[in-house]
Unconditional design. Sequence first.
Length: 198
Amino acid sequence: MIGRIRGEVIDVEPNSIVVDLQGLGYVLSVAMGGVYAVGEEVDLFVHTHVREDTLQLFGFRSKVEREVFNLLRTVPSIGPSKAINIMATPIGEIVQFVSDEDVKRLTKLPGIGKKTAERMLVDLKDKFRAIGLEVSSSLPTKAEPESQLLNDLLSALKHLGYKPGSAGQAAKKAIQELGDTEAFDAVLKRTLDYLRTL
């Protein structure tokens, strides 16, 4: 079983990357392929999923991401492929939706219908709390576009293991450069670029 991979990204697809490790190219399914760049050195936590005819690797930038992925998979009808697609949404938002028992927002996650959303509330709320993921306040309903984008970026970066100070500095710089109407993935990618230079 593979638990961690450190190497150079040699190919990027929307939902996967190839990491070169001593001449072997490992294909890893990832939540957002767009935040990786060819030539980037990565150190990823890995979940190895084995079926009768398939061995599939899923890559994560932090242990927390991998834990959330594994918790999502405990919900009936959420397999690994659906779980990794769900995680294109920042972890903070997923936890918030579950904490708020917001079935409507959960059904907007990829592949999630009403019954699965209701089951997520039952199965995940205590499990998220058990690993320290809990949000007590409701999502802001009328946030300024920039502040909402910044909050989403900081939430994602926190769960990727970045410290608030440097994360906030890089996120504000990325928003200033790209604007608050740019797609979240694009701004996150630029933020990560800035973080590598700090």
